[in-house]
Design a protein around this ligand. Structure first.
Ligand code: UDP
Ligand code: MG
Length: 315
């Protein structure tokens, strides 16, 4: 079995405009390293021409390129996980297909791994995204920092390097958690971070609209800790304690002074507040129930085919 030093993992969802440009920049960088390498693309159920382009790239570089073809759209993190499971490299580096992560920065990540770090995180120097995304992710970062023990500066940047044992643990862990940077950070013994260039999206639009970003934020808050639900339980206990005292007070007042009519709106406000708290609680509980359901189902993604050289399949 041929040992592979470096695996590059790239999730692809409707990226027909950037794939060739990406490959033209990526392959020379990898050749220059003078190490054995493979590039694994996961086609995450693209509806455009991406699969055909990936097949052509695999034909062009049969010894280096492998393509995992999903039978549907399972999301960026699942696409990365599937490629992790297939990867053979001692070091695995993940980057986006839209050229926001310049392939020329790969040696920087690799250098850090060679210094002995098992997870090399990254933060985006001069992030090139809409300002609202920047603020949103700063906020999400703060929340995550407060409720998980992973202290990192930019969880949203997927351009990262991992050593084989870390990748294997993530794959074997079988966790449904979709947040690869945080997952890896918690497994790491000697992590570090580097600042990497971040470019504008070369073509097309971000695959993350407000809905997807909100999903990611909720995932992040509930995936790695029970702090949100604990917080809610404590909050609920305090509120119900206070409202119980209020009920006793109202009851005593009614007996001693007589019924009051003016306070109706105050009561209404309190009731609405309590109802909204209850709804929020149901939502949070729902998150955990949903997660349990997913864990029971276990099926994380389904692969239609893997397109690769025969020599790889034989190993
Ligand atoms: N992606 C994917 N599946 C999805 C959404 C995105 O594989 O359902 C890929 C996408 O093709 C790209 C990477 O994940 O390579 C990052 O996506 P995008 O650039 O849209 O995210 P952003 O940079 O805006 O955070
Ligand atoms: Mg992008």
């Amino acid at each position: 079995m041929k040992d592979i030093y470096l695996s590059i993992v790239i999730p692809v969802y409707n990226e027909q405009e950037s794939l060739n440009a990406l490959s033209d920049r990526l392959m020379p960088v990898l050749e220059k390293l003078k190490k054995s390498y493979e590039v694994i693309y996961t086609n995450d159920g693209s509806k455009d021409n991406s699969l055909a382009i990936l097949k052509a790239l695999q034909k062009k570089y049969p010894k280096h390129v492998r393509v995992i073809d999903f039978s549907g759209n399972y999301g960026q993190h699942m696409a990365i996980m599937a490629a992790f499971a297939e990867s053979r490299g001692e070091v695995v580096i993940n980057l986006d297909a839209d050229l926001q992560n310049p392939p020329e920065e790969i040696p920087k990540l690799l250098g850090k791994v060679e210094e002995g770090h098992d997870v090399v995180g990254s933060y985006r120097l001069e992030r090139k995204d809409h300002a609202w995304r920047h603020w949103g992710s700063c906020f999400a970062n703060k929340v995550r920092g407060a409720i998980t023990d992973a202290q990192m500066s930019d969880q949203g940047c997927m351009f990262r390097a991992y050593t084989k044992p870390i990748v294997q643990q993530m794959v074997e862990g079988g966790e449904n958690s979709t947040f690869i940077p945080v997952l890896a950070w918690r497994l790491a013994e000697n992590p570090c971070e580097v600042g990497l260039r971040h470019d504008e999206r070369s073509q097309g639009d971000s695959k993350y609209g407000i809905y997807e970003l909100l999903r990611v934020a909720i995932d992040l808050a509930t995936n790695f800790s029970l702090v949100p639900i604990h917080f809610f339980t404590f909050f609920g206990m305090i509120i119900s304690g206070c409202s119980f005292l209020l009920v006793i007070y109202m009851f005593a007042r009614r007996i001693l002074i007589g019924p009051e009519a003016e306070g109706v709106f105050t009561l209404l406000a309190i009731i609405i507040f309590l109802i909204s708290v209850a709804i929020m609680g149901i939502g949070i509980i729902g998150e955990y129930v949903g997660r349990t359901y997913q864990a029971i189902c276990k099926r994380r993604y389904s692969i239609r085919q893997i397109i690769q050289d025969k020599s790889v399949s034989k190993e």
